[in-house]
Ligand binder design. Sequence first.
Ligand SMILES: C[S@@+](CC[C@H](N)C(=O)[O-])C[C@H]1O[C@@H](n2cnc3c(N)ncnc32)[C@H](O)[C@@H]1O
Length: 249
Amino acid sequence: MTRAQIIGVDRARPGSDIGAVTITRGGETIATLYQGDAYAIRPTLGFVDAEVIDPPYIVDTSGGGRFRKGRKVWDELRSQGLDQGFDLSIINPLLAGGVVCFCSNDQLAQLLPTMAGQFHRHVLLSWVKPAPPPVANKHYRPDREFYVHAWNRGFHPQGDLVDKARSITAHHSPALKKRFGHPTIKPPIVMEKIMRNIAGETVCDSFMGTGSTGVAAIQAGKRFIGIERDARWFKAAVTRISEAVDGLA
Ligand SMILES: C[S@@+](CC[C@H](N)C(=O)[O-])C[C@H]1O[C@@H](n2cnc3c(N)ncnc32)[C@H](O)[C@@H]1O
């Protein structure tokens, strides 16, 4: 059997709204996806080789002046509560050999010492956008997003010299945005680089969105665990990750 099989949608905890989908291939579990709150579920899942997360950013979604009308993404971020940041306690070195965490500029001052303090080494990396919006708002242009990779001994960065570049240039994917509608889908090229850089076989994304981390993990031959609280994005992730499993040779 080579197709992805969804073998269960369980109400994992009676009385709660947590559900789980297991995606298997040839009887082997490739991905387990939970719908619910990451802060409640993640501590129960145990150790993975890598935690790769794209949590809510801290972004100022006010203002925009005469460009405001063209910045629909700000309204989407605000309406979905994706502009308020996240609780850094979810980053736990006892639960992951390495952590990759995307963040906005205004989260760096808190995130860097948190990760540096808990892991053996860390590095600041960036996704460079070749066609950023033509705004600066008395600041700098939004021509990159940051991510931090921190690791403990035994989980150091992988890949050849090209893979070990500290930045990757990629456009957003309009096709994914059109199909799934999520405001912050990460480009496959960026996620594929991250998969080449992390050590180990198991990956967890506690803020899964539409499953970009899961798709890249599965295509890289890794096992995936994901958590997403919003039913719409959870469904999109189940679809994308099932398709990725179906597409495995
Ligand atoms: C920045 S988006 C991730 C987008 C994803 N990287 C993608 O490419 O589709 C963050 C996601 O975290 C989810 N989220 C926020 N807080 C959460 C929580 N406490 N538990 C589970 N999911 C949460 C949001 O619904 C949102 O879809």
